[in-house]
Design a protein around this ligand. Structure first.
Ligand SMILES: [Zn+2]
Length: 535
């Protein structure tokens, strides 16, 4: 029968465990000295070895002949527990057995002493999933446990546990594995399975697993399927990732500030059907390696910088200034977050690339960016009114993005008048946008995809094209609508309400914008001295 790698490779002894040295040392010490606690709490994200450690601990404390704190694996107790035939060790997954009767049934058996070993061990996985009454039942036992009773509770979310439980446990926090710990273990697994693997392929898996050994082994499992050498390119196709040559080419374009070339490469990437989110994740890993290369040179001890690519990273890193690289990394991280909300993930990458290419190298970036986005917003407004010409297309390359069809879209209606001395609706709106961008990324993303649709009787509207109706209904959901209203109210709106729409009430023809009102708008935005009207 086929067994998943992570099962086959589950450590059977503390000395087989990867990492978590301080925990392993303490537990071994307790086994050796016989100072066993009644309740342990193992916390940590998935795949960090909590369940493995719990299983080993249950065997070690019952072993007839423990060796330096490790179970011998050969005595009657070890064999019974390992083959799941022991009545002294119970394992329970609270995620599937959270009903109070089940935990009560388990706890009723606490009164019967162990049949074979010294200790009776209950391992409760995902313990935070227990119901409140189940916690109460557990607490009662924890308050006065029989001498032989040991609980090992494991959880990914310790903050969800009642403090009464927490205070009765010896707590151990299992850290995520480092990339080199994972890569090292994968190398061992591959070697002992008789499969060869490229070191670069293993570092790529290690990076993708984000600190979880189980995920890493599952990815390796998929890549080993064919029985041939595990190559970097196989791993990339399993992960849906872009290959490294492409990342070098793309970052080369960014380094040279060739926005057109960067857009062309994005186009190429989309044609290959790459996932934008995966690409951004790879890209930020690439940028981090460039940063490391800039700071440390081709340091072999940094995973990813050794081997054939080290020198290339160092060379590419030299093409960026430190600030620019830092900025690119920051923008990339933001773009990664933005793709979750944007209607078009592709445009997020394109905007990212253009920002990195066009970004001037000055001291005060934040202020500068603020200024740029303010101007962009005003320019956008002017374009919508048909005043400003669209930005010139300097380069021959034209990205294959769907053409905007603003001319066919409904135009915003004029804001209804507000009392003297009150902030103008449009200013309230613009300030609210800035406020949302800083404080409410979850609504700023979608709101920013629409355009200002005008203010009428206390309601601010944002206009979406028909095909983006889902964005409108998403924003109209209570929870998000309230956030937008909160932003409006804290930026000077009075009892402001918000609505996302795909069409507007018919505009009053008398209020149609004339050339004069356009000039007024320009003057208002840029100041009278900047505007010259040419008859
Ligand atoms: Zn034993």
């Amino acid at each position: 029968m086929y067994q998943a790698l992570y099962r086959v490779w589950r450590p059977k002894k503390f000395s087989d465990m990867v990492g978590q040295e301080h925990i392993v040392r303490t537990l071994c010490n307790q086994v050796s000295t016989g100072r066993i606690a009644h309740a342990y709490l193992f916390c940590g994200s998935r795949g960090t070895g909590k369940t493995s450690a719990a299983k080993i601990m249950s065997r070690a404390i019952n072993c007839e002949n423990p060796q330096n704190g490790d179970p011998c694996g050969e005595c009657g107790s070890c064999r019974m527990i390992e083959s799941d035939t022991s009545f002294d060790v119970y394992e329970m997954d609270a995620a599937s057995n959270s009903r109070v009767e089940e935990i009560r049934e388990l706890l009723e058996k606490v009164d019967y002493p162990p049949q074979f070993g010294k200790y009776k061990v209950y391992i409760i996985d995902e313990v935070h999933m227990l119901s409140n009454s189940a916690f109460n039942a557990l607490l009662k036992t924890l308050e006065e446990p029989p001498e032989y009773m040991v609980f090992i509770l494991a959880t990914t979310e310790p903050q969800k546990l009642p403090s009464t439980i927490l205070s009765r446990c010896q707590r151990y926090d299992f850290g995520r594995f480092t990339e080199s710990q994972i890569a090292g273990h994968l190398e061992k697994v591959a070697r002992e399975s008789g499969v060869s693997a490229e070191p670069d392929a293993l570092s790529l898996i290690a990076r993708a697993a984000e600190g979880g050994m189980r995920d890493a082994l599952s990815i390796l499992d998929m890549c080993m399927g064919s029985g041939e050498t595990v190559k970097e390119e196989n791993v990339r196709s399993v992960l849906g990732a872009a290959d490294r040559a492409f990342l070098f080419q793309f970052c080369g374009a960014l380094a040279e500030k060739e926005g057109g070339e960067a857009l062309r490469l994005i186009d190429k990437m989309m044609m290959y059907g790459r996932d934008v989110q995966v690409f951004l994740k790879d890209l930020s890993a690439h940028l981090r390696l460039l940063m490391a290369a800039r700071l440390c040179g081709a340091d072999e001890t940094i995973p990813g910088l050794g081997g054939t690519y080290g020198k290339r990273y160092v060379a590419q890193a030299q093409q960026f200034s430190h600030e620019r690289l830092l900025r690119a990394l920051d923008l990339c991280t933001r773009a990664e977050a933005d793709t979750r909300w944007a209607a078009s993930a592709r445009s997020v990458v394109e905007v990212f690339a253009l920002r990195v290419c066009e970004q001037p190298e000055e001291r005060d970036y934040e202020a500068l960016l603020e200024r740029i986005s303010e101007l962009e917003m005003r320019l956008h407004e002017l374009e919508q009114r048909g005043i400003a010409a669209p930005a010139p297309q300097g380069k021959p390359f034209e990205p294959k993005v769907p053409k905007r069809t603003e001319k066919q879209e409904a135009q915003p209606i004029q804001d209804s008048p507000v009392p003297e001395g009150t902030k103008l609706p449009k200013d309230v709106w613009n300030d609210a946008l800035k406020y949302m961008r800083r404080n409410m990324p979850q609504v700023f993303g979608p709101v920013n995809q629409g355009k200002y649709g005008g203010y009428q009787d206390g309601v601010y509207r944002v206009l979406f094209p028909k095909e983006a109706e889902f964005l409108a209904s998403m924003l109209n959901a209570d929870e998000r609508r309230k956030l937008v209203e909160e932003a409006l109210n804290s930026c000077g709106g009075v009892n402001a309400r918000f609505e996302a729409v795909t069409s507007l009430p018919a505009a009053d023809p008398q209020k149609q914008q004339s050339v004069e009102s356009n000039v007024d708008a320009l003057v208002e935005m840029f100041g009278r001295d900047k505007i010259q009207v040419d008859e």
